[in-house]
Design a protein around this ligand. Structure first.
Ligand code: PBG
Length: 356
């Protein structure tokens, strides 16, 4: 195919070394021969909106919230600008604001005081614990807002691990049994979804069986199916003071180098009864989101984690990037990759930015 650009005024071409210009045929008719012009569909904003393949909405977003004991308290999380730990009363106000922005769900994470932490995470299944109280209050104040509770021991563990520790090892089946108790207490408090983020083998089955045995057949399981051992969780662990006291989480969370293994984890969770499967983190794992989307008809969630949030905030604070544009581009990329739902600390900002 020959290049057929013709200048609208017939200015004589100058001798040039530029290949494109050198092949211009001044006598060819304008546009002749160039049938495919993808730019036609990008010409105006209306047109771009019309042919847009991925549309992000507030309804896709889930807002993670940190809750702590106390009254009238709201503590900043330094590594997560504009994120706070809320005492229960202020959590309710925040949840109301979230709901009014069109966000349909929140995911709760507790800051547990040190004297309540032990190796077995006993406080995690205390029916009068912080999370069950928060869920009851939330469901009473805002019955339509979906409440998702985290199922894992780390905020309750004196070792800062997601499971019970013995001789430096994380016990699998013993932990799964505790997780089932934790999920049950959360369901009894009114949680709409329980979300195991611990990566113990078989925990989705244990939890489903425990819920069903007590009649909680409509409480869903959002499984952190492909959860990687990631350095992107740092700011979150600051927020909950839940960093591991020894070692790392690599014997239970996935190796960042693996993608086929993510499919294996997803398949197992689906067999065990997951309603929604999740990939976490999101940004460095868009390929994993994409593969899982092709593999299952269940809704796929992605967790835009604390470190991903902190990077954008930090660069924006330096004036190095346009925060709103980068936020929307990032969230859109997750949806484009295949995420139906996105947990993100940007949920409120994005919902605001997306308002018509
Ligand atoms: C713990 C849990 C973690 C996150 C959610 N649940 C941290 C971890 O696994 O160490 C991380 C969330 C984030 O970084 O935003 N079960």
């Amino acid at each position: 195919m020959s290049s057929t650009f013709t200048p609208s005024t017939s200015v004589p071409l100058q001798a040039t070394t530029d290949a494109a210009e050198a092949t211009v045929a001044p006598s060819a008719p304008a546009g002749g021969g160039q049938v495919h012009r993808p730019r036609r569909l990008r010409r105006t904003g209306t047109l771009r909106r019309m042919v847009r393949e991925t549309v992000l909405t507030a309804a896709d977003l889930i807002y993670p919230l940190f809750v702590m004991e106390g009254e009238g308290q709201k503590e900043a999380v330094p590594s997560m600008p504009n994120c706070f730990r809320y005492s229960l009363d202020l959590l309710l106000e925040e949840a109301k604001a979230v709901w009014e922005l069109g966000i349909g769900a929140i995911a709760l994470f507790p800051l547990i005081s040190h004297h309540l932490k032990d190796n077995a995470g006993t406080e995690s299944y205390n029916p009068e614990g912080l999370i069950p109280r928060a869920v009851r209050a939330l469901k009473q104040a805002l019955p339509d807002l979906l409440v998702i509770t985290d199922v894992a021991l780390d905020p309750y563990s004196s070792e800062g691990h997601d499971g019970i520790v013995q001789n430096g090892q994380i016990l699998n089946d013993e932990t799964a049994a505790v997780l089932a108790k934790q999920a049950l207490v959360q369901a009894e408090a009114g949680a709409d979804f329980v979300a195991p983020s611990d990566m113990m083998d078989g925990r989705v089955r244990e939890i489903r069986q425990a819920l069903d045995a007590e009649g909680w057949i409509n409480v869903g399981i959002l499984a952190y199916s492909a959860k990687y051992a990631s350095a992107y969780y740092g700011p979150f662990r600051d927020a909950l003071d839940s960093a591991p006291k020894f070692g790392d989480k690599k014997t239970y969370q996935m190796d960042a180098a693996n993608a086929r293994e993510a499919i294996k984890e997803v398949e197992l969770d689906i067999k065990e009864g997951a309603d929604i499967v999740m990939v976490k983190p999101a940004l460095a794992y868009l390929d994993v989101i994409c593969r899982i989307k092709q593999h299952t008809n269940l809704p796929v969630a992605a967790y835009n984690v604390s470190g991903e949030y902190a990077m954008v905030k930090a660069a924006a604070q330096q004036g190095w990037i346009d925060e709103k544009a980068v936020m929307l581009e990032t969230l859109t990329s997750m949806k484009r990759a295949g995420a139906d739902l996105i947990l993100t600390y940007f949920a409120k900002d994005a919902a605001l930015a997306l308002r018509p």
